[in-house]
Design a protein around this ligand. Structure first.
Ligand code: AR6
Length: 179
């Protein structure tokens, strides 16, 4: 575990492990535009949190259509130890405007948490699994958004890194940006 501070008042924690275990107000999911949670962290969230998360997700897409990369949708947390799941749609690595869309997905998650008046939020490394982003590039984008966000209700941001290499890459980048 490693602890940083953003803007002198917001705690940023890097943790190794499974995001579905965390007790926070909101867990961010690395979703696709159809909110079909078929693999990776999304599947882990539905497996542990229950099918209601998938059902609620489908209902959102049925009503609003697909969620574009860079945007978010919100469902309840099901059986997880969180009030909400913020489904953030990241870009696929190499797609047009990918970096901007990844930054936008992270910023939109934080904005949604502020809008809901939440204090704590946990992110996975969005787009670094099936969507192919190198950890280092994703970490640089994440660190900049967390540094520059205009915080209000959010006091604690956790980054949950699933494997050791992801953790090390994020730590290197976060040491540079926040150290
Ligand atoms: N806790 C924390 N991080 C995790 C967990 C977990 N339980 N499981 C995996 N990761 P991915 P993407 C890490 O593929 O690249 C899905 O099929 C994983 O090691 O989940 O944004 C969706 O439905 C990786 O570093 O998301 C979409 O179709 C990171 O989470 C698509 O994948 C993200 O990997 C989204 O692709």
């Amino acid at each position: 575990m490693k602890r940083y501070e953003s803007r002198g008042k917001v705690e940023i924690l890097l943790l190794r492990g499974d995001i579905t275990e965390l007790e926070v107000d909101a867990i961010v999911n690395a979703a696709n535009s159809f909110l079909e949670h078929g693999g990776g962290v999304a599947l882990a969230i539905v497996r542990k949190g229950g099918e209601e998360i998938q059902r609620e997700s489908r209902e959102i897409v049925r009503k609003l259509g697909p969620i574009p990369a860079g945007s978010v949708a919100v469902t309840g947390g099901g059986k997880l130890k969180c009030k909400y799941i913020i489904h953030a749609v990241g870009p696929r690595y190499g797609e047009e405007d990918g970096d901007r869309k990844l930054a936008s997905a992270i910023e939109a998650s934080l904005k949604k948490a502020e809008e809901l008046g939440l204090e704590s939020i946990a992110f996975p490394a969005i787009s670094t699994g099936a969507f192919g982003y190198p950890y280092r590039e994703a970490a640089e984008i994440m660190a900049k958004v967390l540094r520059d966000h205009d915080y209000s209700s959010v006091k604690k941001v956790i980054l949950s890194l699933f494997d050791e290499r992801a953790y090390r890459e994020f730590e290197r980048v976060f040491d540079e940006v926040f150290g």
